[in-house]
Ligand binder design. Structure first.
Ligand code: HEC
Length: 493
């Protein structure tokens, strides 16, 4: 009997030592973060979703809450070991793979407006083709800027954590964006209102819009699918499972519109294939590769992709029609081809060639390659690895950030003909300067100061003089309607 008592005491102390995280979740978190951690009013809490959140930050969020949001603090309600168990729990994969199928997608759809009943002209005076959207990650907002004078027209809240760039219809009226947790939003820029929303997945990378404006295609990490929606009202057209011939499925890193091909192209993360998905509903065409390519660049005619992979040391040039590798790219480090840009460059004989330049995620350099021979013609040393390189047809300069390392407050300005750095800007010492985007005419260059209390700095693109600063909450990407819909050579698409 006495032994039994000791055993019971021991058992209960064991139970105390290991709080039941799942039960705690159901009691305290489920109401906002939803059953199975799939996300509802609060974001999805699965390991894939939390890739950018470090465990100590998660513990702090659970204990103290997140200021100026609806996430409450639990330190008065839960013991430290319970909070710690909850943190472990949210980084643990669920026992059953989470499901998000056609029925879930269809049931999630919210139609806010019938776009046909809204006036087909802008409610503002600004040039609708020179609008620039700024995505503010710090507090999940979008600012709409008048590109002629660089003044905000409106600022509004979005769903949690936009992922990938917003994509415009060719007329510039509608814009679509994806969130980390799988929501696709259609927004009417002329009426400044949300039209419809559909949740296409649990963890989503980005969305692309067909150049005929009829469909949108979303790339998912979770589940392993591509989801095609009707561009008018975001109703579901098709769920495309991403499975190779050998039965292995894959996450989709990103999807792009390939306008001249009347198709979309998808980059796959887990199988060495790139998929071409025709607009017209024919089945995807897998292009089988030697290596995984999860970061790539299209030549301006969409005949080739230039791809890099984390596993292979050299980049590759793939001819899309034949599916063949036609050249290797000897670029060194880890080129960020997805951020590559092109322009016409005159060589020493006065001959014009199309060149492509890309920043490098690992080494402090920008590489310039000849797009006919695919050979590097110049390596420009920078103050550290960078993320974005940007320019505009009307500008003689390319702007390269130094995103990683101690010089992340520096922005290099490169002369596109001499291929030399001609100016180093340091907008705010000690604060990360990144991602440049231009207005429609290439008159202004906008630099993001990527901090919670950050800013957008407007430069005169010719004189490189600062014109003004607009305060913003961790602004990252900027998207100009004209440059994005007209496939400006100085930005990505
Ligand atoms: C009243 C609703 C609500 C409850 C209850 C709630 N949360 Fe949250 N939680 C939110 C919202 C909203 C956010 C997003 C805040 C923001 O905008 O940054 C959030 C964010 C978080 C984040 C940060 C996610 C990220 O991607 O950065 C974590 C971690 C988190 N919650 C964990 C929990 C846990 C664990 C519980 C239960 C103990 C819980 N939350 C209870 C609403 C809630």
């Amino acid at each position: 009997m006495k032994n039994l008592l000791i055993l019971t005491a021991l058992l209960s102390s064991v139970a105390y030592a290991a709080p039941n995280a799942e039960a705690l979740y159901d009691t305290h978190c489920l109401s906002c973060h939803a059953p199975n951690r799939l996300g509802g009013m609060g974001p999805t809490l699965l390991p894939e979703s939390l890739a950018r959140l470090k465990r100590p930050e998660a513990i702090k969020a659970i204990a103290d809450g997140l200021p100026a949001t609806q996430m409450p603090g639990f330190k008065d309600l839960l013991k430290p070991d319970e909070i710690s168990a909850l943190a472990d729990f949210i980084y643990t994969p669920p026992t059953h793979p989470p499901k998000w199928d056609a029925a879930d997608i269809t049931a999630s759809r919210i139609v806010h407006q019938d776009a046909l009943t809204l006036p087909a002209k802008p409610v503002f005076k600004a040039d609708p083709m020179n609008i620039t959207l700024v995505v503010e990650h710090g507090d999940h907002h979008i600012t709409v800027l008048d590109g002629d004078i660089m003044e905000p027209i409106v600022r509004f809240p979005t769903r949690y954590a936009l992922h990938g760039g917003p994509k415009f219809t060719p007329d510039g009226r509608f814009v679509y964006w994806a969130t980390r947790d799988g929501w696709i939003t259609k927004f009417d820029l002329w009426n400044l209102t949300v039209v419809a929303e559909t949740r296409v997945g649990i963890n989503t990378r980005n969305v692309a819009v067909a150049s005929d404006g009829k469909t949108v295609l979303a790339a998912n990490y979770l589940p392993h699918t591509l989801v095609k929606l009707d561009a008018r009202d975001l109703s579901l057209i098709e769920v495309i499972p991403v499975i190779a011939a050998n039965g292995k499925s894959s996450r989709v890193s990103a999807v792009y519109d390939a306008r001249p091909r009347n198709s979309y192209i998808a980059a796959l993360k887990d199988i060495p294939e790139v998929w071409e998905i025709p607009y017209d509903g024919r089945p995807p065409r897998p292009i089988v590769l030697q290596d995984h390519l999860d970061d790539f660049f299209f030549d301006p005619g969409y005949a080739y992709i230039l791809g890099a992979s984390r596993s292979a040391p050299k980049g590759q040039v793939i001819h899309l029609d034949s599916g063949r590798k036609i050249a290797e790219l000897d670029l060194g480090g880890m080129p960020h081809l997805g951020s590559g840009i092109t322009w016409d460059w005159k060589d020493s004989n006065g001959q014009t060639r199309r060149v492509m330049a890309s920043p490098n995620l690992k080494d402090g350099l920008v590489t310039v390659i000849d797009m006919q021979t695919w050979q590097p013609i110049k390596t420009i040393p920078t103050a550290g690895p960078g993320f974005f390189l940007r320019s505009h047809e009307a500008s003689p300069y390319a702007w390269a950030d130094v995103f990683f390392g101690k010089h992340r407050d520096v922005m290099h300005v490169i002369d596109k003909q001499s291929l030399k750095i001609v100016a180093d800007l340091k907008p705010i010492p000690g604060q990360t300067a990144t991602h440049v985007e231009f207005d429609r005419y290439g008159k202004f260059a906008l630099v993001s100061i990527w901090e919670m209390d950050g800013a957008l700095i407007v430069y005169d693109a010719k004189t490189l003089k600062e014109i003004k600063r607009l305060p913003m909450k961790r602004p990252v990407g900027k998207y100009n309607v004209w440059n994005k819909t007209r496939l400006s050579e100085g930005t990505s698409h």
